[in-house]
Design a protein around this ligand. Structure first.
Ligand code: FMN
Length: 164
């Protein structure tokens, strides 16, 4: 089973989880980024990023490997922006090869606002079987992340076992 973790992260919460998931699943890990950098100030990030997310924009991105169709399964990671997936992930999901391979999604939110994003992704991803909602390191419930992440990885592995 060949797996890839694809993620976007602005402030490294999703990045750290992606690395951990990659390690536990023995998967290759790829960071997606926008070609145009995000503004540096938090206020501008919220305004510009929030606008892109609200309107479902698809910014130009880098980081998707050429050989993505070699992977059997993709695990996708995104922060929640304006209750949705980050705009870079909209661009990722324009690729049918990727959409069909995503079996699991992990999301990071500042305030537990994951439901709407998970609903959107469920509609876009025909083979999505596993989802986990994680909390930003500044959220008091972030202490649960480690346990949730381990459970998520177990589920993905069990999904594999069921296929055997
Ligand atoms: C532009 C922008 C919009 C955001 N919108 C939301 C939101 O609607 N709901 C929420 O719970 N958190 C929101 N957040 C907080 C992030 O989801 C949260 O900080 C997440 O952990 C960031 O992940 P990262 O460090 O991988 O970038 C937003 C952050 C940014 C930058």
């Amino acid at each position: 089973m060949k797996r890839a973790v694809l993620f976007y992260s602005l402030t490294d919460n999703t990045r750290e989880a992606a690395k951990e998931i990659g390690r536990l699943l023995n998967a290759d890990v790829y960071a997606i980024d926008t070609i145009r950098p995000m503004p540096k100030s938090m206020g501008m990030q919220m305004m510009y990023g929030g606008m892109l997310a609200t309107f479902g924009m698809c910014p130009k991105i880098k980081g998707v490997p050429q050989n993505i169709s070699d992977y059997d399964e993709i695990i996708l990671g995104t922060p929640i922006w304006a209750s949705k997936q980050a705009p870079a992930i909209n661009t990722v999901l324009k690729n049918r090869e990727i959409r069909e391979r995503v079996v699991a999604v992990f999301t990071f939110s500042g305030g537990g606002d994951n439901d709407k994003c998970q609903e959107i992704l469920q509609k876009k991803l025909p083979n999505l079987n596993h989802m986990v909602a994680l909390a930003d390191r500044n959220n008091p419930v972030a202490f649960e992340n480690q346990t949730r992440l381990k459970g998520f990885v177990e589920e993905v592995l069990n999904g594999e076992r069921q296929k055997d």
